[in-house]
Design a protein around this ligand. Structure first.
Ligand SMILES: CC(C)(COP(=O)(O)OP(=O)(O)OC[C@H]1O[C@@H](n2cnc3c(N)ncnc32)[C@H](O)[C@@H]1OP(=O)(O)O)[C@@H](O)C(=O)NCCC(=O)NCCSC(=O)C[C@H](O)C(=O)O
Ligand SMILES: [Mg+2]
Length: 284
């Protein structure tokens, strides 16, 4: 499936050091997995986690889920060995934390060759350089790192995420301008479904393709929030039908539910139907 049209509703972090969690992911209805060697893995476990993860990926069983390996930064003592190991793993992409500029991706690509790259967007410098990072030829997607961003910005948690908006907006603009995937940050309170839904809805309305998750309990809420609803699918079908009807009579504007429908709305309607089809295809 084309990486730009496949669903990325739910992207679950799994500590690379935990065989039980690595196994569990084989049966979770997530669209993608981030196999983590960075913050989810303690210093004591860093070296072993690389081997544990390589073995789990070699064993396979992850089906259509996109497999992304998050390495430690290249400025850490583990980064280079992680990158060399990840380049040989049976994974779809490598995720670099705390990307500040496109030069960081150049340095990783020198080690990892043809593997597609993803960038953690979680530093103020990264926000300011989002455009050049998104334009990197090896970059496939961006992941918001809202915990690190909050730390760097010295913001307090707010349900409306107002202090994050400038950074989220800059990264969204950059990703959309380059046609790259972009997924939202994690919601730390993994037992709070209501709060998660509010944040998912906000991220979806802003234009994120999906959300990163830390616990399996967050998957269903997220998959629902980032999938087209029945009402959206129904409206999309009616918009396309109404537009095709007026177009056949030489007109350029239809009206559905009291709102105009022009060719750009039809393009959005077709994208909604394509997304619903893609979700159905990977769920089958
Ligand atoms: C948060 C956790 C430490 C909770 O773990 P635990 O206490 O084991 O939870 P449960 O007992 O409720 O687990 C139930 C079962 O689910 C499995 N499990 C738990 N988490 C995961 C997971 N992430 N993936 C797959 N499976 C998972 C458990 O193994 C149990 O299975 P079973 O025994 O068979 O019933 C834990 O959830 C956790 O470690 N989560 C990941 C944390 C993480 O990845 N953190 C780093 C990413 S966040 C970040 O860094 C973002 C960014 O960089 C930023 O700056 O914002
Ligand atoms: Mg982080």
């Amino acid at each position: 499936m084309d990486p730009r049209t496949r669903p990325y509703r739910s992207v679950l972090y799994i500590p690379g050091s935990k065989p039980r969690a690595l196994d569990k992911a084989r049966n979770l209805p997530v669209d993608a997995v981030i196999f983590d060697l960075e913050d989810a893995v303690s210093v004591e476990e860093k070296e072993n986690a690389r081997d544990t993860l390589a073995a789990a990926l070699a064993e396979g069983g992850y089906g259509a889920r996109v497999r992304i390996v998050r390495i430690n930064g290249l400025d850490t003592q583990w980064g280079r060995a992680d990158a060399e190991a990840a380049a040989k793993m049976d994974c779809d992409a490598i995720l670099l934390p705390k990307v500040s500029s496109s030069a960081d991706l150049d340095a990783l690509a020198e080690i990892t060759g043809d593997k597609p790259l993803w960038a953690m967007m979680e530093t103020p410098r990264g926000m300011l350089n989002a455009a050049e990072i998104a334009a990197h030829p090896k970059l496939q997607g961006m992941v918001m790192g809202t915990n690190d961003l909050a730390k760097e910005l010295q913001t307090r948690f707010r349900a409306d995420r107002l202090p994050m908006m400038a950074g989220l907006g800059l990264c969204l603009l950059a990703a959309k301008a380059e046609g790259k995937i972009i997924v939202d940050g994690v919601y730390n309170a993994f037992k709070d479904d209501e709060g998660l839904k509010v944040e998912c809805d906000q991220g979806r309305d802003m234009g994120f393709d999906g959300k990163t998750l830390i616990h399996p309990a967050q998957v269903d809420v997220t998959n629902t929030a980032f999938a087209p609803s029945e009402a959206e699918i129904d409206l999309a079908r009616r918009q396309i039908a109404a537009f095709e009807e007026v177009e056949a009579s030489g007109q350029g504007v239809a009206v559905v539910d009291g709102k105009i429908v022009e060719n750009l709305h039809v393009a959005t309607a077709r994208e909604i139907l394509a997304k619903a089809d893609a979700i159905a295809a990977i769920s089958a």
